[in-house]
Design a protein around this ligand. Sequence first.
Ligand code: 1GP
Length: 254
Amino acid sequence: MKILKTLQERRVTGKKSIGVLIDPDKVDEVDHLRPLIGLANENCVDFLLVGGSVLTTNNLSQVICCIKEETGIPVILFPGSSVQIDPAADAILFLSLISGRNPDYLIGQHVQAAPILKSYSLEIIPTGYILINSGRLTSVAYVSNTLPIPEDKYSLAAGTAMAGEMLGMKLIYLDAGSGAEREIQPRMIKTVRNSVDAPLIVGGGINNAEKAIKALEAGADMIVVGNVLEKHPDMLTDISDRVYDWNRAIQADN
Ligand code: 1GP
């Protein structure tokens, strides 16, 4: 089934998803990825997101090839720019950085990417990408030259998400940025959740199971975990076990 449809159906049933983010720029040897992918296979990881703010390593294809050798978990491109496209992935988050006011990340990169995407068979998922301030300057805010939304400006974030949905975006991704000092707080997630119907992805600074569950309780349909797994890959099992229990409880209720 198409990835967007899966997320929309899960949103209706209340079933939650886990995405693991792999930043190719942080992969020195692709073979070093194999244990993490093995762990994703053993746990209930739904999607592997691949991408990062910058790509200096030119290894995107090798990373995706390695993932495909190890697992059937769908690979979703989470690109920092139009150069981060690979036809071997399953889908791409076609991101508009709607919290920012940089035309390059609202339409410029898209114009460059569109002709390439047109010739590939990737599922293209229009996504409203909203950065929320997390305490310190993150790579994504710096590279995109945009200001994140202040973390206590709930109605601003809600209005941004609503506008994104009205413009046709099918997913909303609330991100504190990779390795964020503070993850996005429940009140912010709840406010955005209540303002749109689209499935809501939340990421940035989720580095333990408690934070993951807090985000899900506040209304996230999918959480994305990346940075913490570089040093503590076992954290994936902790988080995955809790999400598994959540989904089992939902199933029992239905
Ligand atoms: C960043 O949402 C992702 O764009 C994941 O963040 O690396 O902090 O888990 P972390």
